[in-house]
Design a protein around this ligand. Structure first.
Ligand code: ATP
Ligand code: MG
Length: 256
């Protein structure tokens, strides 16, 4: 397999068992930098399990995962997060009593004032803090939350909370963002807005996205490349038109 430096994530022969049942049966995927990838497949096909493994939430029973040149197989959530691979949760879990701005500031990876060694050395982190504030303002604009800067996150709408999650992932300096059903329960207009934002951020910031989504009528048009999964295996990949016309993909959805 070619290992062009353009690959940011390489998933090789990932296997996972739960209680003796093979849930992932040798998954292989190669993802390039700055593209929007979608992972589709019927209920129970193993999509969330794969996202859990890539993000370090579960350990695989076999296979290898390389992210940005680093072997992250079996690394934990914190470690993958620190390497720039960030997962947003299916259900957003913001710090509910904090405002949008505060949520952004605490998600930053760059604030050295957080380090207890540097905390007393004000001159060391004063500059950082200004930079973090600038970044927060830029990202708030990118995800359309400027008006909600001082709104407590519990008062954001469902769609705005998804955008908050996206912004928090960006604040952490993510090179790649994994999302599991980001538009579940969001009305179609806002769902399109969320995908437009993701697509714009992907292109402008060169952040790679891997998104699991069931609402194919809305999501697929934003994908650069699609992987289809069934029973723990990738059964088709390519552009969205090729993938949804693939006989095995059609067959896999018929049982739903
Ligand atoms: N922690 C777990 N323990 C045991 N079995 C699990 C666990 N997590 C998932 N499974 C099983 O693994 C299979 C794949 O589940 P997974 O959640 O990855 O599917 P999915 O493709 O995300 O489905 P959906 O589209 O419904 O979200 C299912 O049969 C599920 O019951
Ligand atoms: Mg799932």
């Amino acid at each position: 397999m070619s290992k062009s430096s353009n690959h940011i994530l390489s998933i090789q022969d990932i296997r996972k068992k739960f209680g003796g049942m093979l849930i992932l049966d040798g998954v292989n995927m190669e993802l390039e930098k700055g593209k929007l990838y979608q992972l589709i497949g019927p209920n129970g096909s193993g999509k969330t399990t794969l996202i859990n493994i890539v993000s370090g939430f579960f350990k695989p029973d076999g296979g290898k995962i390389t992210f940005d040149g680093i072997d992250i197989t079996s690394k934990n959530l914190y470690h993958t997060y620190k390497t720039g691979l960030v997962r947003t949760w299916q259900i957003p879990q913001p710090f509910v009593n904090l405002t949008t701005l505060e949520n952004f500031l605490i998600s930053s990876n760059a604030n050295s004032g957080e380090s207890f060694l540097l905390a007393p050395l004000k001159s060391k982190w004063e500059k950082d803090e200004g930079k973090v504030m600038d970044t927060a303002s830029e990202i708030m604009e990118m995800v359309n939350l400027v008006k909600q800067k001082y709104t407590s996150s519990q008062n954001l709408s469902g769609g705005q909370q998804k955008l908050l999650e996206l912004g928090r992932a960006m604040m952490s300096g993510a090179k790649m963002i994994l999302m599991d059903e980001p538009i579940a329960g969001v009305n179609p207009t806002l769902a399109h807005e969320i995908f437009k934002k993701i697509s714009q951020i992907c292109k402008e910031q060169k952040i790679t996205f891997l998104i699991v989504e069931h609402r194919l009528d809305i999501a697929l048009q934003y994908a650069d490349y699609v992987f289809a999964m069934n029973r723990g295996e990738i059964i088709a990949q390519g552009n969205s038109e090729q993938v949804i016309k693939h006989p095995q993909v059609i067959e896999s959805y018929l049982g739903e």
